[in-house]
Write a protein that binds this ligand. Sequence first.
Ligand code: PGA
Length: 248
Amino acid sequence: MRKPIIAGNWKMNKTASEGAKLVNELAPLVKDANCDVVVCVPAIDIPAVAEAIKGTNIQLGAQNVHFEAHGAFTGEIAADMLKEYGVKYVIVGHSERRSYFNDTDETVNKRMHAALNAGITPIVCLGETLEQRRTGKTEEVLDEQIEKSLKGVDDLSRIVIAYEPIWAIGTGVTATADQANETIGYIRKKCAEVFCPKCAEKVRIQYGGSMNAGNCKELMAMPEIDGGLIGGASLKADAFSAIVNYDK
Ligand code: PGA
Protein backbone atom coordinates (compact mmCIF):
# COMPACT_ATOMS: atom_id res chain seq x y z
CA MET A 1 0.00 0.00 0.00
CA ARG A 2 2.95 2.38 0.62
CA LYS A 3 5.20 2.61 -2.43
CA PRO A 4 8.82 2.21 -1.33
CA ILE A 5 11.15 5.15 -1.96
CA ILE A 6 14.91 4.88 -2.31
CA ALA A 7 16.60 8.28 -2.31
CA GLY A 8 20.27 9.07 -2.74
CA ASN A 9 21.69 11.93 -0.72
CA TRP A 10 24.84 13.00 -2.53
CA LYS A 11 25.65 15.55 0.19
CA MET A 12 28.50 17.84 -0.90
CA ASN A 13 29.80 15.48 -3.56
CA LYS A 14 29.75 15.60 -7.38
CA THR A 15 30.12 18.62 -9.62
CA ALA A 16 27.30 19.22 -12.08
CA SER A 17 29.10 17.32 -14.87
CA GLU A 18 29.98 14.44 -12.53
CA GLY A 19 26.36 14.36 -11.37
CA ALA A 20 25.01 14.21 -14.92
CA LYS A 21 27.48 11.39 -15.69
CA LEU A 22 26.38 9.42 -12.63
CA VAL A 23 22.72 9.78 -13.56
CA ASN A 24 23.46 8.68 -17.15
CA GLU A 25 25.11 5.53 -15.77
CA LEU A 26 22.33 4.97 -13.28
CA ALA A 27 19.33 5.38 -15.59
CA PRO A 28 19.56 2.05 -17.47
CA LEU A 29 20.33 0.17 -14.25
CA VAL A 30 17.22 1.38 -12.41
CA LYS A 31 14.72 1.61 -15.25
CA ASP A 32 12.66 -1.36 -14.05
CA ALA A 33 12.57 -0.29 -10.40
CA ASN A 34 9.39 -0.99 -8.46
CA CYS A 35 10.11 1.85 -6.05
CA ASP A 36 10.36 5.62 -6.40
CA VAL A 37 13.97 6.44 -7.31
CA VAL A 38 15.21 9.86 -6.21
CA VAL A 39 18.58 11.65 -6.29
CA CYS A 40 19.00 14.57 -3.87
CA VAL A 41 21.80 16.59 -5.39
CA PRO A 42 23.77 19.73 -4.50
CA ALA A 43 21.78 22.83 -5.51
CA ILE A 44 24.21 23.85 -8.23
CA ASP A 45 23.90 20.41 -9.89
CA ILE A 46 20.13 20.73 -10.24
CA PRO A 47 19.98 22.15 -13.80
CA ALA A 48 22.39 19.55 -15.23
CA VAL A 49 20.76 16.64 -13.41
CA ALA A 50 17.26 17.88 -14.34
CA GLU A 51 18.35 17.66 -17.98
CA ALA A 52 20.05 14.27 -17.58
CA ILE A 53 17.02 12.55 -15.98
CA LYS A 54 14.62 13.56 -18.75
CA GLY A 55 12.85 10.47 -20.07
CA THR A 56 13.98 8.29 -17.13
CA ASN A 57 12.19 7.14 -13.96
CA ILE A 58 14.70 9.00 -11.76
CA GLN A 59 13.18 11.89 -9.81
CA LEU A 60 15.00 15.00 -8.72
CA GLY A 61 15.53 16.02 -5.10
CA ALA A 62 17.31 18.87 -3.31
CA GLN A 63 19.09 18.83 0.05
CA ASN A 64 17.67 21.94 1.67
CA VAL A 65 15.19 24.75 1.14
CA HIS A 66 14.78 28.11 2.82
CA PHE A 67 11.52 28.89 4.57
CA GLU A 68 10.92 32.36 3.13
CA ALA A 69 9.67 32.77 -0.42
CA HIS A 70 12.31 35.40 -1.30
CA GLY A 71 14.33 38.19 0.25
CA ALA A 72 17.65 39.05 1.84
CA PHE A 73 18.90 35.56 2.76
CA THR A 74 22.36 35.36 1.24
CA GLY A 75 23.29 31.86 0.15
CA GLU A 76 19.82 30.38 0.55
CA ILE A 77 17.49 28.82 -2.02
CA ALA A 78 13.70 29.24 -2.13
CA ALA A 79 11.17 26.54 -2.92
CA ASP A 80 9.98 28.08 -6.19
CA MET A 81 13.59 28.14 -7.45
CA LEU A 82 13.70 24.38 -6.93
CA LYS A 83 10.24 23.93 -8.37
CA GLU A 84 11.17 25.64 -11.64
CA TYR A 85 13.67 22.84 -12.34
CA GLY A 86 11.19 20.09 -11.58
CA VAL A 87 12.49 19.25 -8.11
CA LYS A 88 10.01 16.80 -6.56
CA TYR A 89 11.59 16.12 -3.16
CA VAL A 90 13.69 18.05 -0.70
CA ILE A 91 15.52 16.76 2.37
CA VAL A 92 14.87 18.89 5.45
CA GLY A 93 16.39 18.56 8.89
CA HIS A 94 19.22 16.22 8.00
CA SER A 95 21.32 15.68 11.13
CA GLU A 96 24.28 17.36 9.40
CA ARG A 97 22.15 20.49 8.89
CA ARG A 98 20.97 20.27 12.48
CA SER A 99 24.46 19.89 13.94
CA TYR A 100 26.65 22.00 11.61
CA PHE A 101 24.21 24.68 10.46
CA ASN A 102 22.01 25.20 13.50
CA ASP A 103 18.80 23.83 12.06
CA THR A 104 16.31 23.28 14.86
CA ASP A 105 12.93 21.54 14.98
CA GLU A 106 11.38 24.98 14.49
CA THR A 107 13.36 25.87 11.35
CA VAL A 108 12.96 22.33 10.03
CA ASN A 109 9.21 22.75 10.46
CA LYS A 110 9.26 26.04 8.56
CA ARG A 111 11.33 24.55 5.75
CA MET A 112 8.95 21.59 5.55
CA HIS A 113 5.96 23.92 5.17
CA ALA A 114 7.76 25.99 2.51
CA ALA A 115 8.29 22.80 0.49
CA LEU A 116 4.68 21.69 0.95
CA ASN A 117 3.37 25.09 -0.09
CA ALA A 118 5.37 24.79 -3.32
CA GLY A 119 4.09 21.26 -3.98
CA ILE A 120 7.47 19.66 -3.23
CA THR A 121 7.54 16.57 -1.02
CA PRO A 122 9.73 17.13 2.03
CA ILE A 123 11.83 14.24 3.32
CA VAL A 124 11.95 15.13 7.00
CA CYS A 125 14.87 13.58 8.90
CA LEU A 126 14.60 12.43 12.50
CA GLY A 127 16.96 10.44 14.68
CA GLU A 128 18.80 10.10 17.94
CA THR A 129 22.49 10.29 18.85
CA LEU A 130 24.42 7.34 20.25
CA GLU A 131 24.41 8.94 23.69
CA GLN A 132 20.64 9.35 23.57
CA ARG A 133 20.16 5.71 22.54
CA ARG A 134 22.56 4.48 25.22
CA THR A 135 20.73 6.42 27.91
CA GLY A 136 17.33 5.17 26.83
CA LYS A 137 16.15 8.52 25.49
CA THR A 138 15.41 7.48 21.88
CA GLU A 139 11.63 7.60 22.18
CA GLU A 140 11.64 10.88 24.08
CA VAL A 141 13.88 12.49 21.45
CA LEU A 142 11.74 11.20 18.59
CA ASP A 143 8.54 12.36 20.32
CA GLU A 144 9.86 15.89 20.50
CA GLN A 145 11.14 15.85 16.90
CA ILE A 146 7.79 14.54 15.65
CA GLU A 147 5.74 17.03 17.64
CA LYS A 148 7.85 20.04 16.65
CA SER A 149 9.33 19.25 13.23
CA LEU A 150 6.08 17.90 11.79
CA LYS A 151 3.80 20.42 13.45
CA GLY A 152 0.86 21.55 11.34
CA VAL A 153 1.04 18.92 8.57
CA ASP A 154 -2.53 18.39 7.43
CA ASP A 155 -1.86 15.35 5.29
CA LEU A 156 0.97 13.06 6.35
CA SER A 157 0.88 11.25 2.99
CA ARG A 158 2.38 14.42 1.48
CA ILE A 159 5.61 14.01 3.41
CA VAL A 160 8.26 11.33 3.72
CA ILE A 161 10.00 10.73 7.04
CA ALA A 162 13.59 9.50 7.16
CA TYR A 163 14.59 7.81 10.40
CA GLU A 164 18.35 8.21 10.59
CA PRO A 165 20.03 7.19 13.83
CA ILE A 166 22.93 9.63 13.90
CA TRP A 167 25.33 6.94 15.10
CA ALA A 168 24.73 4.98 11.89
CA ILE A 169 25.34 7.82 9.41
CA GLY A 170 28.56 7.46 7.46
CA THR A 171 30.00 5.21 10.16
CA GLY A 172 29.54 1.83 8.53
CA VAL A 173 27.46 0.86 11.56
CA THR A 174 23.90 0.08 10.52
CA ALA A 175 21.03 -0.25 12.92
CA THR A 176 20.02 -3.90 12.78
CA ALA A 177 16.94 -4.54 10.70
CA ASP A 178 15.03 -5.30 13.90
CA GLN A 179 16.20 -2.09 15.59
CA ALA A 180 15.30 -0.01 12.55
CA ASN A 181 11.92 -1.70 12.17
CA GLU A 182 11.09 -1.29 15.84
CA THR A 183 12.03 2.39 15.94
CA ILE A 184 10.21 3.17 12.70
CA GLY A 185 7.20 1.33 14.10
CA TYR A 186 7.45 3.60 17.13
CA ILE A 187 7.55 6.71 14.90
CA ARG A 188 4.43 5.48 13.10
CA LYS A 189 2.67 4.86 16.42
CA LYS A 190 3.55 8.34 17.62
CA CYS A 191 2.32 9.84 14.33
CA ALA A 192 -0.97 7.98 14.86
CA GLU A 193 -1.32 9.65 18.26
CA VAL A 194 -0.27 13.13 17.19
CA PHE A 195 -2.06 13.12 13.82
CA CYS A 196 -4.43 10.24 13.11
CA PRO A 197 -4.13 6.46 12.84
CA LYS A 198 -5.14 6.41 9.18
CA CYS A 199 -2.59 9.08 8.20
CA ALA A 200 0.12 7.23 10.10
CA GLU A 201 -0.56 4.15 7.98
CA LYS A 202 -0.06 6.22 4.85
CA VAL A 203 3.19 8.01 5.66
CA ARG A 204 6.29 6.52 4.08
CA ILE A 205 9.15 6.16 6.54
CA GLN A 206 12.65 5.48 5.26
CA TYR A 207 15.64 4.13 7.11
CA GLY A 208 18.97 5.90 6.65
CA GLY A 209 22.46 5.21 7.97
CA SER A 210 25.08 3.07 6.22
CA MET A 211 22.48 1.32 4.08
CA ASN A 212 24.17 -0.54 1.24
CA ALA A 213 23.84 -3.36 -1.29
CA GLY A 214 24.65 -5.91 1.40
CA ASN A 215 22.08 -4.95 4.03
CA CYS A 216 19.26 -3.40 1.97
CA LYS A 217 17.34 -6.64 1.37
CA GLU A 218 17.03 -7.39 5.05
CA LEU A 219 16.09 -3.82 5.94
CA MET A 220 13.55 -3.52 3.11
CA ALA A 221 11.94 -6.83 4.07
CA MET A 222 10.81 -5.26 7.34
CA PRO A 223 7.13 -4.32 7.41
CA GLU A 224 7.60 -0.80 8.81
CA ILE A 225 10.50 0.23 6.54
CA ASP A 226 9.31 1.92 3.35
CA GLY A 227 12.63 2.84 1.80
CA GLY A 228 16.08 4.22 2.34
CA LEU A 229 17.94 7.50 2.40
CA ILE A 230 21.38 6.59 1.14
CA GLY A 231 24.53 8.68 1.50
CA GLY A 232 27.85 7.01 0.67
CA ALA A 233 26.37 4.18 -1.38
CA SER A 234 24.47 6.60 -3.63
CA LEU A 235 27.67 8.00 -5.16
CA LYS A 236 28.31 5.05 -7.48
CA ALA A 237 25.82 3.77 -10.03
CA ASP A 238 26.38 0.08 -9.31
CA ALA A 239 26.11 0.44 -5.53
CA PHE A 240 23.00 2.64 -5.67
CA SER A 241 21.23 0.59 -8.32
CA ALA A 242 21.80 -2.57 -6.27
CA ILE A 243 19.82 -0.93 -3.45
CA VAL A 244 17.10 0.34 -5.79
CA ASN A 245 16.77 -3.21 -7.17
CA TYR A 246 16.66 -4.77 -3.68
CA ASP A 247 13.59 -6.80 -4.66
CA LYS A 248 15.03 -8.33 -7.82
P1 PGA B 1 25.20 7.16 4.82
O1 PGA B 1 24.38 8.53 4.93
O2 PGA B 1 24.36 6.22 3.95
O3 PGA B 1 26.50 7.53 4.19
O4 PGA B 1 25.33 6.61 6.20
C1 PGA B 1 22.99 8.55 5.07
C2 PGA B 1 22.50 9.98 5.19
O5 PGA B 1 23.16 10.77 5.87
O6 PGA B 1 21.45 10.35 4.61
